[in-house]
Structure formats: structure tokens, C-alpha cells
Write a protein that binds this ligand. Sequence first.
Ligand code: IMP
Ligand code: MG
Length: 427
Amino acid sequence: MPAIVLVGAQWGDEGKGKATDLLGDRVDFVVKFNGGNNAGHTVVIEGERYALHLLPSGILTPGVVPVIGNGVVVDLEVLFDELTQLAARGIDVSRLVVSANAHLVLSYNRTLDRVAERFLGSRKIGTTGRGIGPAYADKMNRVGIRVQDVFDASILRQKVEGALDLKNQLLVKVYNRRALSVDAVVDELLAYADRLRPMVADTSRLLTDALDAGRTVLLEGGQATLLDVDHGTYPFVTSSNATAGGACTGAGIPPTRIDRVIAVTKAYTTRVGEGPFPTELHDAAGQRLREVGGEFGTTTGRPRRCGWFDAPIARYATRVNGVTDIVLTKLDVLTGLEQIPVCVAYDIEGVRHHELPMTQTEFHHARPIYEQLPGWTEDLTAARSLADLPRAARDYVAAVERMSGARVSAVGVGAGRAETIVVHDLV
Ligand code: IMP
Ligand code: MG
């Protein structure tokens, strides 16, 4: 039975929460496989707005089992805060399952994320400051602390001691910070043990067993294709694999079980943080996209950088993720424009490139080559089929499909749950 992967096609904030929510009652498990509370999903249900950072958006759908996979880094303070807040709003949070192998984001990871960014100055990444990069660095460096360590106090103490040996030197000698005591770090973690224990499982086994039993599993990527540490605009990326391949390692599901890869792409482009962005607008048009599209970060509140749709990026996302279906979001934000520029290729030092160039240097020099598509003035929010759309909007969807190389299976025409056109069923 199907395992479905859902990823962002651009630099994040494409509206994955909405896409997940669309699939909601037809899937049994929703798994977050990478990232941590650097993510921000906004889901609007019956006028209620939910901003999720760490929890998979499946937490909002009754009957769905939300899973935090081994590839995620978990800040326990944030986890319990988010659970408490949702519970207070009447959401049943008891079904959450957390991988025993997921790594934890510790207080020193957060501290080091922020001080390191400050030290980088103009070379900064523009991280969310949530300790994500340092936590993944510890994982790769084999000094990470995992969820399961919280259930073995003596192992936990040994590991924290080992980690703090070096961290304290860094904090004190390089960054002029206070050293942390092993006791304080250990005690903070142990305080969560009792609440955490009933949620923790071998999630790889849970999910493969579920697939064997004919259940549907949705693997939800945090961040997006161009923020992937291997396939994104390195070093201006997050520290995990946000592309479809990351779903296998981050959830413990073999590649042969995955049937479908859905990419969520905005009808235009945004990015937060630093790094190259060929179609970025620095004028009133960019300001308009930001205001009409509500392009301010869910996690950090930062205004997002805005630009036109970029077809080479869409094609790249299709290729690197093996995309089978596209969910095109926020088409309504483009309403009212006379003409809509779409980047069809790049000019890089006088050479026309239809695909992303091989090197970072070339990408930094990419100038967008635009094609103008006709705009529309009609309100789209009531459209529930492609036929309900004005001609120009329908043509825009067709152009995205043609340029991306995958079929558009759903189109978002407003923020609400119902404001969506479903062209092909996603499950
Ligand atoms: P980090 O993930 O906090 O290390 O930040 C690395 C880069 O990824 C920065 O440019 C962030 O702005 C960006 N980033 C991380 N998470 C998200 C997200 O959920 N949406 C969009 N950008 C993100
Ligand atoms: Mg977001």
C-alpha cells in the first residue's frame, strides 16, 4: 500500500501544511522525516489558524497518527509547548509517536547557532536560530544525544559530559559565553522522561509494518528542495535532506515502498535567509507579493524575499525528487496583475541556461529570462474546478505544468481548507 512523499519544490513555505491537510483523512500516518522546529506550517481550519513548527501537520486531523521520524531533530521544550498549546485548543494530541533514534536539540545547540551566525557577519546563513545546524553537526560528529538516551540516566550523563567537554571550551574560549554544567543539561532532559516515554517507538518498524498491513503513509518533508544540504543552494541551506531521498533515511522506509512524490510549489517564489535567488524582486512588485501573499515567516516572523515563478527551479525539483504530482499554491495572490512574468531560463555570462547550472558561482550570476503570461482580474477563491477559472489563470496552470514536467494535481486559490481545486486525486 502506498507511501507518499510530500516535499517543497522551492525554498520552503510553499504551503505544504495545506497540501498535507488536503490528504488528511485519506492517510493513516503523517511522518515528519527531516528538520526540526525551524519549520513553520500554517494550517487554517474553519477560520482557526494553527501555526505548527515541530509537530507534523497530521496532528490536526482526527484519526491520523502523526510520527516524528528518526531524521528529525527534536527540541523537547518546543515539543511539549506545542502539544500543550494544541491540547488547550481541544486538539487530541495523544496519538503522536516519536522515534527513539531522533536526535535532540540541546540548549547549547541553540546558543551555538546564534553566536556562530553573529561571528559569520556578512557571511551568515540567516538561520532560524533554533539550533538545527549544530544539532545535525553533533549527529554527524557522533556526539549527538538521542531521544532514547533520556531513558538511561547514566548513559545520558556520559554522553552529555562528552559533548560538553568540547562545547564548553568553544562557548568560553571562542564565544565568550558561560560554561554549562553537566547537571543542568542532564536534569533538564530527565525532567521530560516520564511524559516522553509513552510516545516513543521504533518508528521505522511501525511504519513498514503499517505499509505491510495496507495502511497509507504520508512522508512530509520540512523545508524544501533548494534548502536540502546536498541538493540545495549550499551553503545557504538547512542541515538536513529535504528532498524525497531524505524520506527514506529519515523515516526508515525503503525506496522501493514509495509510490508517489508530490511537490508543493507556489505560483511565485519566496525565500527567507540569505543566498542566491535569481527572480527576486526589489521593487513594488515584490512588495505587492509579500503583502497580498502574507509572506512573513511562521517561525521567525521575518519578511520573506519574493520573486516570480522560476521554471528551471521547478524542473530541477521534478528531476531531483522524481515528482509525480504538483500542488500549485497561492494562485489567487497573482490576481489583478496585467501580465505575469515567468522565468523560463537564465542568462549566465551571456549563455542561456534552461537548467540549474552546475556551480554556485554560476547560480550567483544567473539573470532571469522572462516570458510574460497574461494576467486576470477575476476573483479565484470560489473556483473548485479548472473550468471555474478565468482563461488566463487556466493557462498559467498549464504553463506551470508544461515547464515543470509533472502534472498539476491541485491548485490553491485561497488560504482556507476548502479553497482548493483538485484536478487529480492525490491518494
Ligand atoms: P536553519 O534551518 O535554521 O539552519 O536555517 C538555514 C536556512 O534554511 C535559512 O536560510 C532559513 O531561513 C532556511 N529555512 C529553515 N527552515 C525553513 C522553513 O521552514 N521555510 C523556509 N526557510 C527555512
Ligand atoms: Mg514555513
